[in-house]
Design a protein around this ligand. Sequence first.
Ligand SMILES: Nc1ncnc2c1ncn2[C@@H]1O[C@H](COP(=O)(O)OP(=O)(O)OP(=O)(O)O)[C@@H](O)[C@H]1O
Ligand SMILES: [Mg+2]
Length: 482
Amino acid sequence: MEKIKILLIEDEEFDVQRVLKTVNLQSEQLEIAEIVSDGKSALELIEAEPNRFDVVIMDFQIAGGLMGEELISEIKKISPCMQIIVITKLTLNDNRFEFANRLLKIGAFWYCTKYPTHIMEYIYQPTDFLISIHNAYQKKMLELGKFEYDKKMSSNIGIIMESKKIIGSSEQIKLLNSMIMKYASRDVNVLIYGESGTGKELVAYNLHYNSPRKFENFVRINCGSIPHDLIESELFGYEKFAFTGANKDKKGLFEIADNGTVFLDEIADLPLNTQSKLLRVLQDGEIEKIGRSETIKVNVRVIAASNKNLEDEVRAKRFREDLYYRLNIIPIIIPPLRERKDDIKELLNFFILKYSDSLRLDKPIFSDEAVEEIMNYGWPGNVRELKSFAQRILFIDSNTIGADVVRISLNNLHLSHKNEDAILDHLFDVEKILYLREFEKTARSKYIQFVRENSSSDKQAAEKLGIAQPNFSRLCKELNLK
Ligand SMILES: Nc1ncnc2c1ncn2[C@@H]1O[C@H](COP(=O)(O)OP(=O)(O)OP(=O)(O)O)[C@@H](O)[C@H]1O
Ligand SMILES: [Mg+2]
């Protein structure tokens, strides 16, 4: 077994000898690796070789200026896991308890009062003194383990964060980043708004991984994609035998996220009765597991996201007002890409670089017209659409990208994003690509004509389209349908 290595800081030869005699009782296990008489030399030694010593034994009062509490905190700064045993003179007149408390608070492991000088053999009651050294060593190893673990976790989180960077330099993105930094560490509920593909999930990740909960779980639930009859058992779990088929306990996502963060995506899709249960969690921090009479305490931070306007949902009685206020403590709104055109080029470059690297494809050059086309496009699918666009462009077999290629890619992209009605099929003709505005106008007029032909009156057609009749008439006029 390796010996426990001790650094002794003591300036009186008589006491050095007494410590040596005491420690040497266990010379098989303990070793005074170095003796210094002043604080500065001690710090230099520790700094030079942080792993050389396991435990410091230091006299509280030594010559040379740097001593006592200051020395303890300096050692801790250089070597946070180092354990320090303090020995003091009997004559020190401080209130003993207060003094001991102060030492422990500042980071000392243990403290003892030297034997009076007529006890020549030992510095202190030997068994207590030796046991303390062993305990100090154990504590050092534990702290070191935790320190290494945290360091590893931090670097893992560093890697996650690197892949979850929010790209963009527009004023809106700067504001968004400053909101994230401001609210990540406060334990408040956040509601994120934004159209599809604007980066709501990305923002939720950034909030979690910049918070003190970052080492705990981040659990995402898409409220829109879980069938209504399963959602409560997903969220809150159930006990064995709670119902037929429940042949073992199931932890709910809230239990899994305990001490961490729950991200409730598409919160507007949560059924009303589940909304009341969620409210209970937010109010009391308690979950009701199916088939269990007592509630379970959980500590979760809730981040929710929606691309629907929740105030409208509240008005339409599809969303509980009290829940809305609970969730909406801090609203974060991510503007659509078309409202922050400054970000388009930066995002495009970012994605092109990223995927050309990972797919080992050449980076193309965009013509000025192509860039203009990209800048003028409305990006209804926001950043997600831009990302797919970048990937798509990389597979085009040409070093330069012109406006026509951009237009075709964007149209195809749009097509694959939306399953267009069959009636529009003939519009998608690669030989006759239209400008977007023109396309929209044509598609609209064709669709309105179609509805009209299949309605008994304009009133009925307007009803079918969900618009008021005067608006319908105006639309027909605009589209030259009369
Ligand atoms: N500012 C940004 N910087 C880098 N990547 C981004 C940015 N915004 C969005 N993305 C990327 O775009 C894609 C869509 O983002 P995300 O899934 O967060 O959007 P969303 O708002 O949750 O969309 P939906 O409402 O459809 O769920 C993701 O791959 C995300 O990493
Ligand atoms: Mg999302």
